[in-house]
Structure formats: structure tokens, C-alpha cells
Write a new protein. Structure first.
Ligand code: GDP
Ligand code: MG
Length: 225
């Protein structure tokens, strides 16, 4: 898993995104430390882990970012138009208004009434995507909804990240074949249409986790060389 004194030729930042509980943190644990845990805690705060690999005789340090349990907030970004803003004690029922940025804006979704801190969300989002050259878009093959949300994640990614970012679609938990709710063909077709790489993985038994990272890192490597 890499000699820390090794000289590094490249550092590539890769972000993990997708709905909560699809297995992002476990995919990262498998890749970075060859570990897996069945009762993993939800990720708190943005964190990243690194692993250095050799690609075409060069040493490439992969810096993999895992979300802060902000999944819900990131996804909800697209529904601002129907949100109610609370500025201090004042309620603003408003379209998304960029001039509100920089204020202490709390927003809450009309349907749930669950308040969220808007400024903080914006700051986290841009820091998360800044400088990313690769993205792993993860869904859970046993949960249809996590696949149905992929187009929104893609839109979010394309709105915030570099245009040339290398993206791989990952159907995780492929060890749970008997609970499969998303066919390989559907996912493959979607990936082809959107120009994404695609693999099904299992963080539990390590299937394709290494390949998924190698695919993304090699493609990035080829683009920069
Ligand atoms: P995250 O919210 O996307 O980071 O999801 P986690 O990595 O925390 O995983 C959520 C749950 O799914 C945990 O209970 C994991 O142990 C489990 N899990 C993650 N990957 C796999 C997998 O490949 N197979 C199975 N069977 N369970 C998994
Ligand atoms: Mg997590």
C-alpha cells in the first residue's frame, strides 16, 4: 500500500459521490487500507485518504475525497426554486437568489421543514469539487432509488467540477446478487449514453474496487500525458 518515502510524480484528486449508504466510505476503506466494516458510521465532515500506485512507470498519488454526510444537501441543491429562505428571523419565500450568498441564510424545504445551513453547504460543495480530476458516482445495486438519483448527481457534478473530469459509474454491493434491483444492462446503457466508465463492485469482497480506481487513474494519467 505504498512506501511513504517514495517520490510522487502526480497527485490526482478524485471525489466519491452518490446517495447515503451506497458504500462510498467502504469502497474508500477497501482501496486505501484494504479494510471493510459492516457497521460503518456515516461519514462526518469531508475527509480524504490517499494511496500511491504505479501507473505506466510513474508514481501516482490518488487523493480520494469522501463526502461529509452532506449527500442530502448536495442533492437538494437543485430544488432551491421551491425553497423558503429564513434570513435571521425573516422568512423569505424566494427563487434562488445568488445575491443572498454570503449572508447567514438558512433554508428549509417546504415539504419537510428541516432547516439547513445554506452558506455552509455552498462552501463545502465548492471545496469538495475544487481541483477534482476524477469522480466515482456510486449507487447500490439493491436500491433502485440510488440509481434513479444518478442523473441528478451527474448534473451536480457537471455544474461544479471541471469539464474534463473523468467519471466512472459504480454499482456497488454486487455481492448481494439475490437482492439486485438494478440490472447490469440498464446501468451499462446509461453509462454509455453519458460517456462514463462503468463497473459493478463489492467493497465487502473487494470485487473490482481496485479496477475501478485503476480505470479512473489511468484515464486521467493518459489525459495529462
Ligand atoms: P456511504 O454512506 O455511501 O459512505 O456508505 P457506507 O460505506 O457507510 O456503507 C453503508 C452500509 O453498506 C454499511 O453497512 C456497509 O457495511 C455496507 N456496505 C458497503 N459496501 C458494501 C458492499 O459492497 N456489500 C455489502 N453487502 N454491504 C456493503
Ligand atoms: Mg460515508
Amino acid at each position: 500500500y505504498g512506501d511513504p518515502s517514495q517520490k510522487v510524480d502526480y497527485v490526482f484528486k478524485v471525489v466519491l459521490i452518490g446517495d447515503s449508504a451506497v458504500g462510498k466510505s467502504q469502497i474508500l476503506a477497501r482501496f486505501a487500507r484494504n479494510e471493510f466494516s459492516l457497521d460503518s458510521k456515516a461519514t462526518i465532515g469531508v475527509e480524504f485518504q490517499t494511496r500511491t500506485m504505479v501507473i505506466q512507470h510513474k508514481s501516482v498519488k490518488a487523493q480520494i475525497w469522501d463526502t461529509a454526510g452532506q449527500e442530502r444537501a448536495l442533492l437538494d441543491f437543485h430544488f432551491f426554486l421551491s425553497w423558503t429562505f429564513l434570513v435571521g428571523s425573516t422568512t423569505l419565500k424566494s427563487d434562488y437568489n445568488p445575491s443572498l450568498e454570503g449572508y447567514n441564510v438558512y433554508c428549509r424545504r417546504q415539504t419537510t421543514g428541516n432547516p439547513m445551513y445554506f452558506d455552509r453547504y455552498r462552501a463545502v460543495t465548492s471545496a469538495y469539487y475544487r481541483g477534482a480530476v476524477g469522480a466515482m458516482l456510486v449507487y447500490d445495486i439493491t436500491k433502485r432509488q440510488t440509481f434513479d438519483h444518478i442523473p441528478r448527481w451527474l448534473e451536480e457534478l457537471r455544474g461544479h467540477a471541471d469539464k474534463n473530469i473523468v467519471i466512472i459509474l459504480i454499482g456497488n454491493k454486487c455481492d448481494l446478487e439475490d437482492q439486485r434491483a438494478v440490472s447490469t444492462e440498464d446501468a451499462k446503457e446509461f453509462a454509455e449514453k453519458e460517456g462514463l466508465f462503468f463497473l459493478e463492485t463489492s467493497a465487502l469482497n473487494a470485487t473490482n474496487v481496485e479496477s475501478a480506481f485503476v480505470t479512473v487513474l489511468t484515464e486521467i494519467f493518459n489525459i495529462v500525458n
